[in-house]
Write a protein that binds this ligand. Sequence first.
Ligand SMILES: [Zn+2]
Length: 227
Amino acid sequence: MEIIKDFIPENRKNRPGIPMNPKWITIHDTANTRTGADAFAHAEYLKGDEAESKPVSWHFSVDGGSIAKDGTVKPPQIYQHLPTDEIGWHAGDGHGAGNMASIGVEICENIDGDRARAEALAAELVAWLCKQYNIPVLNVVQHSNWAKKDCPRVLRNRPGGWDNFIAQVKMNMEKTEPPEWKVVGLKWLEENGFITPGRWKAEDQLDMGTLGVILSRLTITGKRGEK
Ligand SMILES: [Zn+2]
């Protein structure tokens, strides 16, 4: 998961530099369905005069990638607009916990984008943030938790939308990366003909039958059996 850091310049009104210790994650939908209104476009918007004059800002924008009319393919992207230890103005609750203690994540709605992929990538990001800052999934909330606003409107208005998003966050949190030594070991087994490349994961359990097959290849391949 790559995060493109493209911060709002310091000293802009929508980057007040108020320190934050994040305890919550607030989910928004951009409510901007225009073609091209992707994460990059929102990074540009937040650096501009309109966002400063409101002032409005948040930490991350996530899109689902797009295919332009000329066939140009844009992969799904995450842009970060503010450091996670600074507040943004996104929750509409003034100096309440929404603005003062939550990381704001906007999911893009541009019609040329793949919304399902945007939600999937946002769930991946949110899971990573939860782990990074020790934030419980219960503290992943909708914008409407802080202010009277129908946001995130797409997730709220699709039956099961919010529950599905939270389920995706939980799924991502349960995924654990295998340690490097296991990855190296698996690669060695693949490269030396002991197992079929791509069939096994580094964290897979080994049973006696499979062990036997692998050991039998010591002599069949001749690779390890040769003196
Ligand atoms: Zn919102």
